[in-house]
Design a protein around this ligand. Sequence first.
Ligand SMILES: [Zn+2]
Ligand SMILES: [Zn+2]
Length: 129
Amino acid sequence: MGLVSLEMEDLEIEIEADQDQDGDQSRNELVTLLAQTEGISPMAVCRLLQAKVFYYSAQWKLCALEILERDRYVCQHCGRFLRELVAQGSYLMVHHIHSPFAMPERAFEPTNLLTLCNCCHINGIHDKP
Ligand SMILES: [Zn+2]
Ligand SMILES: [Zn+2]
């Protein structure tokens, strides 16, 4: 794991989908297949696919780096610095206060973004259902 992990939210499904070659039909087949194999709804699969495209985009990576710089590589919740976190097996990520899928217009807005360590991110910011 690198020093900094860009936030992937709860993305666990890894797929290779070539956007240029796959038409709507093969995308629908993929969604159906993933929904069955993962035991989640097709809508949840679509969200994950959307998340994958978003978090792997060059625009997001650049934006996240700017936020890390802005926050000086310090978790804005517990105040631990990157070097200290890495020594303890943790890392930093950039969190969206409002989900980029609920509010796409704020996806790259600095006031909607926050540097957090993975511990604070999991244990307080995102309440797991
Ligand atoms: Zn923290
Ligand atoms: Zn988050």
